[in-house]
Design a protein around this ligand. Structure first.
Ligand code: ADP
Ligand code: MG
Length: 292
């Protein structure tokens, strides 16, 4: 009976756009104690919009032109949002080179002979760059209300900031409720700052939140949670989630995510809806019960 149940389960999952890499993942999912959800692109749409700008000298569009050019190579949702905002403003972007990404912090590149960096306070701290008082007063109320602010640095001098906002997926709350109803503990893990993390968590009904995490911290969190024998799943979409997806007992990649996440996961949600996770959990529990 076992193989038939598995075939049926695989078919049920496939009809919901859920692809399993190996049958073992279904059995581990049935035993699930706890799931860690990434924020950007997993709990949220991952299509942030630029909601504000603060330029210290010159027009906001001058700042946007440099920032968007420096973000040319980045796959991060914030990079796409800045490029999209520049496109809408009709800006023609200058050529950029020497791109470097700092996971969980930001990026830098050379544009018109200057070193342009875009990132958060952790990027500034690492380089010993100062965030201007005007940028801080731009950031504070926005971060408190759940938006994210990234700072722009030109040759190490802070010249302004952008605010970005992303919305929680319509199905996220329903998925969190269904998982909790099955006795699964749900945690949020993000590289974003505590204000944005708390807002997204509240909207989705998640009470345990870990913010300002670097990619290696996400994987360390998974390993720590696994101690004591708990079966832990991780859902994510970014290449920064790949180490945590690989460390988890069940790694769940969002279909719209990066190649690195898809490779590291044990299963893929083609439709990127988190209700795919609660549906898989129910299917896995019914299937494993039938096999035993
Ligand atoms: P998450 O865990 O929510 O997916 P990330 O680890 O991708 O978040 O990013 C954490 C933080 O690092 C972002 O909130 C942002 O401040 C900064 N960051 C990362 N990449 C970029 C980028 N390309 N441009 C600007 N800021 C970035
Ligand atoms: Mg993400």
């Amino acid at each position: 009976a076992a193989p038939i149940s598995l075939v049926l389960a695989t078919g049920k999952l496939a009809r919901r756009g859920i692809v399993l890499k190996e049958a073992g993942a279904l059995e581990r999912l049935a035993q699930l104690d706890l799931i860690v959800l990434d924020k950007t692109g997993t709990l949220t749409e991952g299509k942030p919009a630029v909601t504000g700008a603060s330029a210290l000298n010159g027009a906001p569009n001058t700042l946007l032109r440099l920032a968007a050019a420096a973000e040319e190579r980045s796959l991060h949702p914030f990079a796409e949002a800045l490029r999209e905002s520049a496109r809408r403003a009709g800006l023609v972007l200058p050529v950029s080179s020497d791109h470097i990404a700092y996971p969980g912090k930001g990026i830098e590149a050379r544009v018109e002979g200057k070193l342009i960096a875009v990132g958060n306070a952790a990027l500034a701290a690492e380089r010993s760059w100062t965030i201007h008082r005007a940028s801080k007063s731009f950031a504070d109320p926005r971060e408190r209300s759940g938006e994210t602010v990234v700072y722009v640095f030109v040759d190490g001098v802070n010249t302004g900031a952008f605010a970005l906002s992303d919305s929680v997926k319509r199905t996220s709350k329903e998925a969190v409720e269904a998982l909790a109803g099955e006795g699964v503990r749900v945690l949020l893990a993000t590289g974003d700052h505590p204000g944005a993390a708390a807002k997204a968590a509240a909207l989705a009904g998640i009470r345990e939140v870990h913010a300002s995490l670097l990619p290696e911290h996400k994987a360390a969190l998974i390993r720590r949670l696994q101690q004591g024998g708990l079966v832990v799943a991780m859902a994510g979409d970014g290449w920064n989630d790949a180490p945590a997806l690989a460390a988890a007992d069940v790694g769940i990649a969002m279909g719209g995510g990066t190649e690195a996440a898809l490779d590291a996961g044990d299963m893929t949600l083609l439709r990127s809806r988190l209700t795919g996770i609660s549906e898989s959990l129910l299917i896995s529990r019914l299937t494993v019960r039938n096999i035993r």
